[in-house]
Design a binder for this molecule. Structure first.
Ligand code: DX5
Ligand code: ZN
Length: 222
């Protein structure tokens, strides 16, 4: 089953609770939570306190994408706050085996993230012990960027790598996914599709979530 993961980065924070619940009612599978520290990426967002508030009310699993320096220092805080999935970038996690094992030991699913400019070969070892891999299809830091077209080829190549090394690893993709490309991206091999502005900047979040989820279901029937 293809999973839809709305990213709250593009939400209106005044209305956050209502907007997250609109995603739930529209049939979203996860809520994607972008953590940025102003060092690893130029932007600053939110931390475990916000995640904990969402966890208290939202029935869906929470997926914390850490775009921060020294992620090991904060992983226990995010899992304690209620993150069900935690992912860290291969580019700034020198001891990736230790970090992924730490996430798993705390009871969350462990993911490894790769930026558009990093060769896929950098993932080869990590795929042996990750639960999921997150392919960035924009440079991390901001919502609302354009999908980098080469990401489709990278996704196909990553799918082949995963099948070869560890077929139980799920593939997530993040950045520039909208209704005009979601079916192609799903068919190229993505299992979890993150959508930020493509949901939260629409007129009706619940209707748009349902529309994208239906498109994913349809993509599997093709
Ligand atoms: C970017 C974030 C994304 C972002 C995607 O650094 O990791 O999750 O919210 O937003 P859209 O879908 O607008 O590209
Ligand atoms: Zn993200």
């Amino acid at each position: 089953m293809k999973l839809l993961a709305p990213s709250i980065l593009s939400a209106d924070f005044w209305e956050l609770g209502k907007q997250v619940m609109a995603c739930v009612e529209g049939g979203a599978d996860l809520i994607h939570f972008d953590v940025m520290d102003g060092h690893f990426v130029p932007n600053i967002t939110f931390g475990p306190v916000l995640l904990e508030s969402i966890k208290r009310h939202c029935p869906l699993p929470l997926d914390a994408h850490l775009m921060i320096e020294n992620p090991d220092r904060y992983i226990p805080d995010f899992v304690k706050a209620g993150a069900d999935m935690v992912s860290v970038h291969i580019e700034n996690t020198p001891h990736i085996h230790r970090t992924l094992e730490l996430i798993k030991s705390l009871g969350a699913k462990a993911g490894v993230v790769i930026n558009p400019g990093t060769p896929l070969g950098a993932l080869e070892e990590a795929l042996h012990y990750a639960d999921f891999v997150l392919l960035m299809s924009v440079n991390p830091g901001f919502g609302g960027q354009r999908f980098i077209p080469r990401s489709i080829q990278r996704l196909r190549a990553l799918k082949a790598m995963v099948e070869n090394i560890n077929p139980s690893v799920l593939i997530e993709i993040d950045g520039g996914i909208k209704e005009d490309n979601i079916v192609d991206v799903a068919r190229a091999g993505a299992d979890i599709l993150v959508v930020g502005s493509g949901i939260f900047h629409s007129e009706d979040i619940k209707v748009q979530t349902k529309k994208l989820k239906d498109m994913l279901t349809f993509s599997e029937a093709l």
